[in-house]
Write a protein that binds this ligand. Sequence first.
Ligand code: BGC
Length: 544
Amino acid sequence: MADLPKDLLTEIKSLEEAFTVDTTKLKQITKHFVSELEKGLSVEGGSIPMNPTWVMDFPDGYETGTYLALDMGGTNLRVCEITLTNNKSEFDIVQSKYRMPEELKTGHSEELWEYIADCLQQFVETQRSDKAPVQGKIPLGFTFSYPATQNYIDEGILQRWTKGFDIDGVEGENVVPMLDAALAQRGVPIVVSALINDTTGTLIASAYTDPKMKIGCIFGTGCNAAYMEHCGSIPKLAHMNLPADMPMAINCEWGAFDNEHKILPRTKYDIIIDKESPRPGQQAFEKCIAGLYLGEIFRLIMVDLHDNKDVHIFEGQDIKHLRKPYTLDASFLSAIEDDPFENLQETADLFKDKLQLTCTQPELELIRRAAELIGTRAARLSACGVAAICTKKNLQPCHVGADGSVFNKYPHFKARGAQALREILDWPAKSNASEEDPVEILAAEDGSGVGAALIAALTLKRFSKGDVAGILHPENFNVAQVHFDDLGVYIITNFTIGAEAVEKAEDAALIKHRRDIFREEGAKLAVILPEGIEINGVIQLALF
Ligand code: BGC
């Protein structure tokens, strides 16, 4: 950078000042974060919602059954059928992706639910067409990754849209009956039995294969985390008289951290992003670190340096493409940071192709530094959230399961985050490179698919033990699942086992067909059926 013109160097210096978050500041943010997490759990509440999710246990790896899951992410809709197999921590997955049309994100509520119901119908008709017809309704785990109040696991009252969504008529409403109604209207035999946040799904899916996982995070279009709290530490649930040591997964919705702008180092670009967003004053933390905003922060810097400074980058060129809000996404910054060439040739090509701009060598240097500063700030601020939960719950040592495009694809995000954790939590230097850090942020399992299936399985397990806390429609859990095992035995899972249940089951068509006895197998009931009787998929026993 030695040959940069003086005025460009000055601009780089001032960007460095604005975007660098030093160790002292990281520690201050983390401290404030811990108290905000507490506040969110209190009766009075704070700006971080800390939503109880009614996910009340970690999986033990022995969950089984076949489940349908829907993931309504920011970019795609994904429908999956997940089978948790009889082998510990193993699963099979069949899935279809559907594009989420851009216009739906700012349209009307009915159009959204109709589109989702159509996708589910298509999936059931194509992916499940080889299966026997379904009796009763198939329970669905719905991953709805927006802040939602859940008085029950099968309820989700949208607190506010995030990630640029702005659909009329949904905020303040329970989204479950909305989707159920659209499904019923089409005669699609599906009913939402659990509403899940992607972070809770990530937490549970990661713990399924790695019991050291104690936090689930998403660093993607949006950002957020979930962890397991004890009911005794959730004053806002005290009126429910739940046992103090009972676990309860909390969807933090930490994107809302510091909405009152007390501690985060905000730049003038962050202020513009907030002001121009559909929800000004909301998601202050998310707007500094999530994928949706990283490219926009960068674009605003570039426009500012063209219009308002002595340097006038891209002098004499028409920057009309650069003027379009949200025209650059996080992958644009990733590509800049990934440019392997000393002369930043790939960055130059990128600017030419995407923005029709020719960059001088000093401009390319500035572009690279701006991308590094934005990406580094995002990773370091993210670490404050992780450190805050670890501090609050005294979780060291532990693993943190993380997913999302920024975590998986943004260059150096993991290493920068790990470095910031080391600074915040004052870890001593490693004695050898292969040693684990006390808190390791690792790639998570698929939370919105496998996690949703596991949450459905855990809820069924709870239900079959007679624990219906936080379940609004227990009748949706009266579902037994039947599938064929290698020995020619139909295994029924999710089935209440007990003398009374067995007696009642004998009246059911399923059991009348039995050729032989059924036997108890832990939480499963195995029935040997006569040849020629085809039963597969999900069967509604509706007995118990
Ligand atoms: C949403 C969260 C979600 C996160 C990651 C945020 O905008 O409010 O519910 O977990 O994005 O998808």
